[in-house]
Design a protein around this ligand. Structure first.
Ligand code: SF4
Length: 456
């Protein structure tokens, strides 16, 4: 039993050493000098093979990968390059573009080249439906430059024309050594397969519900297509599966079933999640359940943006799902109370927003400069009821004065009262404390590199 904070820090330090966490990746507690790093959530992942997509590893031995998809006309090269770059800069580790016609296929090599020129090194995935076999063979540079092909077995003629379209795409993947995602979607499920399974089901003494047969048909479609892909020459570690539906309970059921019957990495996401809060909540609810069970190796949040809306929102939501669950860290988190009758002004809401914006703006620089800064926690609270308590759980926390409270804002750093701010420069002074904290508490990346060299 750990009885005091010094012993706790020591225990954490021992834990870090036991799990082999490099010293350069631990944080230093200034009071004790002990380097600590609280472990992320220990959710056992379902064991999979590892697929490599343009250098990004997807599977249980790698962190859950965030990906997204453009909504530009792929043939519009400047717009597609701009959106791919924006998605990558927002944190998308893979970006998919539709390759729906010859113009799009011809544009792919130029998109990849332009991104490379701009220093944006994000693997580009091609999304194929109906005519992928034609485009991938007629445009070999497109086939060569894509990092992965997404193939929908529901519209690649599996089981209808001797599998030649599907087979052609797989053979191109084998030729260029590209991984493939076999992406089943219930909106375009293989109708021949579904009809056959429905007929077989109706002949049973106790037929299953039509919904259950549809879920099973999705799993069967994904698995039989993966078997075929292997038969045509793809290795198991070049296959990723998905089975997308638009209902939360359906997603949970179909991914549990798929996960239990294979060890391919799984691409997780609701299809057509929807707009705004509905899309965010449905995606979070559905993916949260299966991620908690260790299922899912790459995720995409398929939000419908408002007209003229920001496509990168889906990347931030995907990151937030993973970070809220303690699976990965991407950016410092701000804990802010909801406010109540004790806060009659919007000052603390504005301050929480200003700090969140400041963090987002600083992160591209901080991430390149400081090790572990994305795990920092801040608290911005509306009054002293829960303010100091919540602040003590954060790296830095501030409690603004509520109604009828003294006009002062205590600031806690690493669980201790650090200072009390007053006046109209509270935000600026708090940001000054934040900058100082980041600079003094997180090891510089250059120093880390030197340390690795020194140890090797
Ligand atoms: S911390 Fe204070 S202002 Fe915020 S919700 Fe709680 S009581 Fe209300």
């Amino acid at each position: 039993m750990v009885s005091d904070s010094g012993a706790l820090l020591q225990a954490l330090s021992s834990f870090n050493e036991a799990v082999g966490m490099p010293p350069s990746e631990r944080l230093t507690n200034p009071a004790s000098g002990v380097k600590i790093k609280l472990p992320m959530a220990m959710i056992p992942r379902r064991k999979t093979v590892t697929a490599v997509v343009g250098g990004v590893r997807v599977g249980s031995d790698a962190p859950v990968v965030v990906q997204s998809m453009t909504n530009t006309d792929t043939a519009d090269i400047p717009s597609t390059v701009q959106q791919c770059a924006a998605l990558a800069r927002a944190g998308s580790e893979l970006v998919r573009v539709t390759v729906n016609n010859e113009e799009a296929a011809a544009a792919v090599p130029r998109i990849v080249e332009e991104l490379d020129k701009q220093g944006v090194r994000v693997p580009i995935i091609g999304d194929f439906h109906y005519n992928g076999h034609v485009l991938l063979t007629k445009y070999p540079e497109c086939a060569r430059d894509l990092a992965k092909y997404r193939i929908n077995p529901g519209n690649s003629s599996i089981g209808r024309t001797g599998d030649s379209n599907f087979r052609t795409m797989i053979e191109v993947a084998v030729k260029y050594q590209k991984p493939v995602r076999i992406g089943v979607n219930w909106g375009s499920l293989d109708q021949a397969l579904l009809t056959r399974m429905m007929d077989e089901n109706s002949a049973l003494a106790e037929p299953l519900d039509a919904r259950d047969v549809t879920m099973e048909a999705m799993v069967v479609s994904a698995l039989t297509s993966a078997d075929l892909a292997q038969k045509f020459g793809l290795r198991p570690d070049q296959i990723i599966l998905s089975a997308k539906v638009s209902g939360v309970q359906d997603l949970i059921d179909v991914y549990r079933a798929l996960a239990a019957r294979c060890n391919y990495p799984l691409h997780l996401g609701l299809t057509e999640a929807g707009m705004g809060a509905k899309g965010v909540v449905a995606s979070s609810a559905a993916m949260g359940v299966v991620l908690q069970e260790g299922i899912g190796d790459t995720i995409r949040v398929s939000l419908t943006p408002a007209p003229g809306g920001d496509r990168t929102e889906e990347v931030r939501v995907a990151q937030q799902i993973l970070q809220s669950m303690g699976i990965r860290s991407f950016t410092p988190q701000v804990t802010a109370c909801p406010g109540c009758g004790r806060t009659t002004s919007t000052f603390f809401q504005e301050m929480a927003q200003q700090i969140q914006t400041y963090l987002r703006e600083q992160m591209p620089t901080w991430k390149g400069r400081y090790v572990g800064v994305e795990e920092m926690k801040l608290a911005v609270m509306g009054c002293v009821v829960n303010g100091p308590g919540e602040s003590k759980h954060a790296n830095i926390g501030i409690s603004l004065p509520g109604t009828f409270e003294e006009p002062k804002a205590p600031v806690y750093v690493d669980g201790r009262l650090f200072t009390t701010l007053k006046g109209d420069r509270i935000v600026a002074e708090f940001i000054g404390i934040l900058d100082e904290y980041v600079d003094s508490h997180y090891a510089a990346r250059e120093a880390q590199k030197e340390e690795v060299v020194a140890r090797s």
